[in-house]
Design a protein around this ligand. Structure first.
Ligand SMILES: CC(=O)SCCNC(=O)CCNC(=O)[C@H](O)C(C)(C)COP(=O)(O)OP(=O)(O)OC[C@H]1O[C@@H](n2cnc3c(N)ncnc32)[C@H](O)[C@@H]1OP(=O)(O)O
Ligand SMILES: CC(C)C(=O)C(=O)O
Ligand SMILES: [Mg+2]
Length: 567
């Protein structure tokens, strides 16, 4: 090989060895049920922390794992530390293990460690004892300095010791688990051979199977490669019915959840992982992510994840690790849309979504309310937002349904404000911008009106400006057109109504009317809005808002004052 520079140089690395699998089945399968879940938060998660959890923190996380519904929980490496040992003793002596939960403990294939592990478990009703040794070529050659036979011997010895010590505690229902650690970097035929060697000692049966846990101790290849490794293993293992095939993926390439999903397609039964993915290096497979992936495909994950805020709080307090705001499914920002076209689509879909139909909302793969997230967080407005977002917020928080043309007129004002604040705009600020821009009750104000319904509507409207009141009269087929007529007659301006909209705000006796109008005043379009307890007043005030914005005061000052009456 040419000499490798010390700098960033891809030639230092070799790709994963292709798996000799010709008619792979996993690509044409789909998942239809949840796997057996096993948590390794209290072991793999714990061993990755700068400061391992205290017994109190472990107790808290344990309670959460049980609450979420995990039935197999690796609670530690009791031969490694007094903390872990004491925690296991507390679980047993304090009767903390629910009847349907199995605790699991990890141990190396070394006799004195196995002996102490069983001592820690004394008195437990049921438990999984998990023994491992490393099997990859690099571990064989550079760490253990053993050939394949030597590595198999370590595994066999471990299996034997586990079996022998278990026999000393006949009152416990034991399940044995073996991991060929570094499975992903191990030749697949050797993984099969070493697991078969362990099985030949344990003699599992379909009624009393052992667990073979296949770890991506380090994720070294693409997720399809992992699926090939799993399918090869499962289809080449003798006595497959007597083993529960378990996956234990890490996230070095960011594929832990995807690898586990494909591994399940390849025939695995069980997955190990941690809540929110804490674990060595980039972490273990995140159980929440995988469970929510299944949930969003219409599969019952068999875990209660309806309160992710509690999961986040307990996990962060126990591990000291923060959760990224864009963490899959449960991050603070994952159901929030800032960008305009997304907001527009979400708003339209939410309007059309029926309670009894399948979820069909663009940009929201699940209903955020399933995770206790309300729509408060869904749409937020900043400089990347469009009209859809602000319309959504006005409707959601204030019940204001803007007509489309009004939304279009408001949008540039909101955009300008969001650019000035370089951040997010609250719905209150958006409402303030709406009112400041379009609700223009001065300088000309509405003092009163009289509407007589005859063949046409005859309107007398009294306005106030500059301490003076004046009454204008006009006719039309409604109050607004009569007001237009009156205004034209008295000012000489050409005024037409281009668009109009109105709706009730609130309900019952507290309801008020909100009216929006777009006028054409001497060839220029201008809009106004108003609120009033009286519908006609709301309409007339909306017209006056538009006229005020168009310079009503000046128009009035220019006309003859013949009809003006001093107040
Ligand atoms: C991928 C994983 O997560 S595996 C789990 C890793 N987790 C942990 O290791 C956390 C807890 N471990 C510990 O605290 C310590 O490793 C202990 C207390 C268990 C053991 O400590 P030590 O006795 O100092 O041994 P250490 O773990 O350093 O291992 C070194 C020796 O054990 C051997 N060894 C390591 N793993 C195994 C194994 N799984 N089975 C058999 N032998 C093993 C090594 O070859 C080495 O042997 P050598 O001394 O003859 O060279
Ligand atoms: C002990 C084993 C299963 C492990 O944690 C790993 O290989 O990542
Ligand atoms: Mg691990």
């Amino acid at each position: 090989m040419a000499s490798l520079s010390r700098a960033f140089d891809h030639r230092k690395y070799v790709p994963a060895e292709p798996v000799p699998l010709t008619h792979r089945q996993w690509p044409s399968r789909t998942l239809s049920r949840a796997p057996i879940w096993a948590s390794v938060d209290l072991r793999d998660g714990n061993q990755a922390l700068l400061e391992p959890m205290t017994v109190e923190q472990k107790k808290r996380l344990w309670a959460l794992l049980v609450k979420v519904g995990l039935k197999e929980i690796e609670v530690g490496f009791p031969a490694a530390s007094q903390h872990d040992y004491d925690f296991v003793r507390w679980l047993i002596e304090d009767n903390q293990i629910p009847e349907d939960v199995h605790i699991q403990v990890l141990v190396q294939a070394r006799e004195h460690l196995i002996e102490r592990t069983f001592a820690a478990l004394e008195g437990v009703e049921r438990a999984i004892v998990h023994v491992y040794n490393s099997t990859s070529k690099v571990q064989r050659e550079r760490v253990f300095e053993q050939d394949r036979e030597g590595i198999i011997t370590i595994a066999e010895q471990g299996a034997r010791w586990v079996q022998e010590y278990a026999a000393r505690y006949p009152d416990t229902q034991w399940t044995f688990q073996y991991s060929p650690e570094s499975f992903t970097s191990t030749e697949v035929d050797f993984s099969v051979a070493i697991c078969e060697a362990v099985m030949s000692i344990w003699q599992p049966t379909p009624e009393k199977p052992c667990i073979l846990n296949l770890p991506a101790t380090v994720e070294v290849g693409p997720v399809n490669h992992f699926a090939d490794q799993i399918e090869y293993f499962i289809t080449h293992l003798s006595n497959r019915d007597s083993a529960i095939i378990s996956l234990h993926t890490h996230n070095d390439r960011g594929g832990a959840a995807a690898a586990a999903e494909l591994g399940l397609l390849a025939g695995a039964d069980r997955v190990e992982g941690t809540l929110l993915g804490n674990g060595e290096r980039t972490g273990n497979m995140d159980i929440v992510t995988l469970a929510m992936n299944l949930y969003s495909q219409g599969i019952d994950p068999q875990l209660d994840l309806s309160n992710p805020d509690e999961i986040i709080q307990v996990c962060t307090e126990c591990t000291g690790l923060p959760v990224h705001p864009r963490h899959p499914w449960i991050g603070e920002l994952v159901y929030t849309a800032f960008s305009g076209s997304h907001q527009d689509a979400i708003r339209k879909c939410l309007h059309k979504q029926q309670a009894d139909e399948a979820w069909q909302v663009a940009y929201l793969p699940i209903d955020p309310q399933d995770l206790g997230r309300d729509f408060q967080a869904v749409i937020r407005v900043n400089s990347q937002s469009g009209k859809g977002g602000m319309a959504f917020l006005l409707e959601r928080d204030f019940g204001i349904s803007l007509p489309r043309w009004m939304t279009l007129e408001l949008a540039p004002h909101v955009q300008q404000a969001s650019e000035q604040v370089t951040g997010e705009l609250s719905s209150q600020t958006i409402r303030d911008i709406l009112l400041d821009t379009f609700m223009c009750a001065a300088p000309v104000t509405l003092k009163g009106y009289r509407l007589d319904r005859d063949d046409a509507e005859c309107l007398s409207v009294t306005l106030r400006h500059d301490q003076a009141s004046m009454t204008l009269s006009g006719q039309g087929n409604g109050a607004i057109s009569a007001f237009m007529d009156a205004w034209q007659r008295h000012t000489g301006q050409r005024v037409n109504v281009v668009d109009y909209g109105e709706h009730a705000l609130g309900e019952g006796s507290d309801a008020v009317a909100i009216a929006f109008v777009q006028l054409n005043v001497d060839g220029t379009r201008i809009s106004g809005m108003a609120e009033d307890g009286d519908t006609v007043s709301a309409s007339l005030k909306a017209v006056l808002s538009a006229l005020n914005r168009a310079g009503a005061a000046q128009a009035l000052n220019e006309i003859a004052t013949g009809e003006a009456v001093q107040a």
